[in-house]
Write a new protein. Structure first.
Length: 135
């Protein structure tokens, strides 16, 4: 949403490695999710975006808000952070500087994604389509 985008742009302007960060619109995320070094997902909506699963399948780590819903799905296979400058920058720096941590989190996430059955994936797609229209 616009409020989150404005917040992110404001905070990003102070980030030391800002030239390495690309903020994109939704229409480009599917392609870029597979090539990113890491993804920050700021939404706290109760749905799982397919782009997030695509990213994990491609071994791209995610930084997500720590919500009950997201934790119930991703468990400890992603990185959680509060949506504020300090928390996000700490997690970004951790990903950027600690290759062992990055490799560990991406391996765990990739393993989790590999275990999702076709039925689970179909339910996820259905929930992604139905939930937004019901709210």
């Amino acid at each position: 949403n616009n409020k989150q985008s404005a917040f992110l742009k404001s905070e990003l302007s102070r980030y030391k490695y800002k030239n390495d960060v690309v903020v994109v619109n939704e229409d480009k995320t599917n392609v870029l999710c597979t090539a990113a070094y890491g993804i920050i997902y700021l939404s706290s909506q109760q749905k799982i975006e397919l782009n997030l699963l695509t990213a994990l399948q491609s071994r791209v780590p995610l930084i997500l808000p720590e919500t009950e819903y997201l934790k119930s799905f991703f468990n400890e296979n992603v990185i959680y952070a509060d949506i504020n400058e300090t928390a996000l920058s700490q997690k970004m720096i951790l990903l950027y500087k600690d290759e062992n941590f990055r490799n560990e989190i991406t391996a765990k996430a990739h393993s989790m994604i590999s275990e999702i059955s076709a039925k689970d994936a179909a339910e996820l797609v259905l929930n992604t389509i139905i939930k937004p229209s019901m709210s």
